[in-house]
Write a protein that binds this ligand. Structure first.
Ligand code: CP
Ligand code: NVA
Length: 301
């Protein structure tokens, strides 16, 4: 593995290896065992969008691995003033040991990888959010012990999270159900891939998707960059919510995940979020461990 751009690029074995490294790093972190395997390395973190979890977990993770991280807001570097991605890639490759980038276009992340000479990590695009789903898989395996026979149901917008969840869950052998409005389905090519595996269903019937689910997942109705559409989206997605009725359709021991930030009363009710806070905040914590596994795997010399 040279980069971490989409989960589609990873084999199931590579994903399991990353999860095993993440579990080991979590153990070392919880037991105060030093693990400065990236001593002297520097990660550049380019952000064209806001972030709490991704920024802090990458920065702290790099510190814990013995390296350092530079926060590069795209407003403050020349990229934001039109310096081409391909030039930025070649310049930053001369200074840094790896780059994490959060931006709009997946093609910019791919261009960074093809022109740079250091590992590139996708910290979210409009298309996908592989780091989040790696942490989600770590969390699911912690709670359910294995992926075998599980059903993951995503309710909401067929967005970057839905796209990555389709790939991550199916590559781990889970069944994946997406409940979304017909007008806001996931990426067409990814749906086709999921259908071909025989492990994906896409419907606008929420109860049907939630029936027998072991993991219920949701995300905001308006993603970053869609703020102007937020009011209109509230109407489109009304009802695409994880609430007590949806929980009743799922398996009794179903876990609830949310990548966060959450909008209580929209995609999830306050009571469901709070009654599954252990799941959701363990998931947020696992961003740290899963991303340390990605950095270690890609950047260790
Ligand atoms: N889930 C997630 O990526 O959170 P941030 O936007 O806070 O990084
Ligand atoms: N779909 C959301 C995910 C945030 C982590 C967004 O892109 O804003």
């Amino acid at each position: 593995m040279n980069h971490f751009l989409t989960l589609m690029d990873c084999t199931p074995e590579e994903i399991v290896d990353l999860l095993d490294v993440a579990d080991q790093l979590k153990y070392e972190n919880h037991h105060n065992i030093p693990h400065k395997h990236l001593d002297g390395c520097t990660l550049g973190m380019i952000f064209a969008k806001s972030s709490t979890r991704t920024r802090v977990s990458f920065e702290v993770g790099m510190y814990q691995l013995g390296g350092q991280a530079l926060f590069l807001s795209s407003n403050d570097i020349q990229l934001g003033r039109g310096e081409p991605v391909r030039d930025t890639a070649r310049v930053l490759s001369r200074y840094l040991d790896g780059i994490m980038i959060r931006t709009f276009k997946q093609s910019d992340v791919e261009e960074l990888a093809s022109y740079g000479s250091i590992p590139i990590i996708n910290g979210l695009t409009d298309y996908c959010h592989p780091c989040q789903v790696l942490a989600d898989l770590q969390t699911i395996r912690e709670y359910k012990k294995s992926f075998k026979g599980l059903k993951l149901t995503f309710i909401g917008d067929g967005n970057n999270m839905a796209n990555s969840l389709i790939v991550g869950s199916i590559k781990m052998g889970m069944q994946c159900a997406i409940a979304c409005p017909k007008t806001h389905q996931p990426d067409e090519a990814l749906m086709k891939w999921g259908f071909d595996q025989g492990l994906l269903t896409v419907t606008d019937n929420i109860e049907e998707a939630a029936a027998g689910a072991d993991i219920l997942y949701t995300d905001v109705w308006a993603s970053m960059g869609q703020e102007a559409e937020a009011e209109r989206r509230k109407k489109i997605f009304a009802g695409f919510q994880i609430n007590s009725k949806v929980m009743e359709a799922a398996n009794p021991d179903a876990m609830v995940l949310h990548c966060l930030p959450a909008h209580r009363g929209e995609e999830i009710t306050d009571d469901v979020l709070e009654s599954h806070a252990d799941n959701i905040f363990d998931e947020a914590e696992n961003r740290l461990h899963a991303q340390k596994a990605v950095m270690l795997t890609l950047m260790r010399k």
